[in-house]
Design a protein around this ligand. Sequence first.
Ligand SMILES: [Zn+2]
Length: 246
Amino acid sequence: MAGAPAHLAEMPADWQRALAIVAHPDDLEYGASAAIATWTDAGRDVVYVLATLGEAGIDGIEPAEAGPLREQEQRASAAAVGVSTVEFLRHPDGVIEYGTALRRDFAASIRLHRPELVLTLNHHDTWGGTAWNTPDHRAVGRAVLDAVADAGNRWIFPELAEDGLEPWNGVRYVAVAGSPQATHAVDASAGFERAVRSLLAHRTYIEALTDQDPEQYSRSFLESEMKAASARFGGRPAVSFELFTR
Ligand SMILES: [Zn+2]
C-alpha cells in the first residue's frame, strides 16, 4: 500500500487506559478485539464508545428492533475480551455527520475517561485499493482524531468544562484499526479465540450477512486478517494499526 512501511513496528506499551471510539457495533470485532483481549489480559483498562446502535445494519430487521438487539450483542462482544464499560452516543446509523456536534461528543468521552491511547477504525476513503469505505467510518475516524486535540483545549467546547469535564491532554497515541496505511502491530495470538467469540456475538448481523456457518465465518475472517499482518510482523499473528503520536 502507498505510504505503508514494509515492516510493522511494535505497538507502544507505555499506557494504562484506552478508549475505543467507533461508529458501529462490530467495528471493533473485525480484528481489533484480538489486540484488546491481550491488553485487558495485561491489566489495562479499555472502554468502548459507539457512535450508533447500528440500527440500520440489517436489511431484514426494522431499526427500532435492530438497535436494542445490536446494543445487546455489542455488550456481549465487549465482555468476551474483558471490556465491561460500553457507551452508546446514539447518532443516526448510516448518516452520521462529521462536524462540531460529533467532535464535542467524542471530546466529552475523552475528558470523561482520560485515556492515554485512543483507538478508532479506518478514517481513510478506502480500505486499500478501490474498496470504498463507508461515510460513517470516515466521519467518526476523522472526528476522533480531531477530538483528541479538542479534549485538551479548555476554550473549544467551553460548555464541557462547565459540566465538570475538565480538559484532558493526556492522549499520547491514536491507533487506527483497519487502516490501509498501518505502521504498527501487536502480537494477538493469545487473544485470537476470544476475538472469534467477540465477533460471533454479533450473530444476528452475521446470519443476515452470510450463509456461511457463523463460527466458520468469524474464524476464517480473523485468521486471514491476522495472517496478513503477520507477513509484515516477523511471522507473528498480529493486529495492525496506523499509529498517530502526540
Ligand atoms: Zn462499521
